[in-house]
Design a binder for this molecule. Structure first.
Ligand SMILES: O=P(O)(O)OC[C@@H](O)[C@@H](O)c1c[nH]c2ccccc12
Length: 279
């Protein structure tokens, strides 16, 4: 008996599989440069053809992030952005008509500060379909997986090229999708990836029936196409966050705001393989 899934993310991956297409999954920092603009950018990303979104909770000590996302977090933290603010942003985007599955991306500390009971109570009624917590300690993952399951949200595991013998353990009991990190180090655009990244992705595919997505360093349509041919999803973060950073002067001026938003939309639209562009 197939379990009827109500999780928006799972349904999206099922639909994309039928279309024979990988998901384009942008990451953006919530509140960069401000919350109102984040809501406008979410609409542009959806119009550009994003299939789901990683909504990043800005954090003061983003250890796994390169300079682009570190700067975005610093800008966003100028206004007091908490996990709850990011959840409310997801709900507001839904109420404004977005149909995208939202993945809340946060480091573990902000979740602990909110309190696990409160966090999971809020997650579900804020339209969050997935969670990525890159620094979740292994010893906490069983409890977090249980809480996620009870809240009907997918706790998405990250696997790195060095995970090799631990892949089976990491992906067992996971849901949503498995996030393959393409390279070692921190986030940020790259011209090349970990040697043998295709073999690594292949080994993850063998270890799970879940959709497999890849991220870290992907910033051009050629790179998206390369990974979209072997994965179910491709995550692009820093390149989009940098685009937002570049157009902030346009966004800040009412006379040129729409031009700034259009440039973000066009940048993301050109990332998708030509044959699947909606624009
Ligand atoms: O920024 P990049 O190189 O395109 O990588 C995706 C990344 O932004 C996003 O998935 C993410 C942002 N911060 C992270 C920290 C760890 C793992 C993943 C992430």
């Amino acid at each position: 008996m197939t379990t009827e899934t109500t999780n928006r993310m799972d349904v999206t991956f099922q639909n994309l599989k039928q279309q024979g297409r990988a998901a384009l999954i942008p990451f953006l920092t919530v509140g960069d440069p401000d919350l109102e603009t984040t809501l406008a950018i979410i609409q542009e990303l959806e119009a550009a053809g994003a299939d789901m979104l990683e909504l990043g909770v800005p954090y003061s000590d983003p250890l796994a992030d390169g300079p682009v996302i570190q700067r975005a977090s610093a800008r966003a933290l100028k206004s007091s952005i908490h996990v709850r603010t990011c959840m409310e942003t997801a709900l507001k985007a839904r109420q404004a008509g977005s149909t995208l599955p939202f993945i809340l991306f946060t480091y573990y500390n902000p979740v602990l500060q909110m309190g696990l009971d409160k966090f999971f109570a809020e997650v579900n009624n804020h339209e969050i379909s997935g969670l990525i917590i890159p620094d979740l300690p292994v010893e906490e993952s069983a409890d977090m997986r249980r809480r996620s399951r009870e809240a009907g949200v997918n706790l998405i595991p990250l696997v790195a090229p060095t995970s090799s013998e631990r892949i089976a353990k990491i992906v067992s009991g996971a849901s949503g999708f498995v996030y393959c990190v393409s390279s070692l180090g921190v986030t940020g655009e790259r011209s090349s990836f970990h040697a043998g990244v295709e073999e690594f992705i292949g080994s993850v595919r063998q270890a799970t029936d879940l959709p497999v997505a890849v991220g870290f360093g992907i910033s051009t349509s050629e790179q998206v196409a390369r990974f979209a041919s072997i994965c179910d999803g491709v995550v692009v973060g820093s390149a989009i966050v940098r685009k937002v950073e570049d157009v902030i002067p346009l966004l800040d001026n009412p006379a040129t705001r729409s031009e700034g938003l259009l440039q973000i939309r066009e940048f993301v639209a050109q990332l998708r393989p030509a044959e699947s562009r909606s624009l």
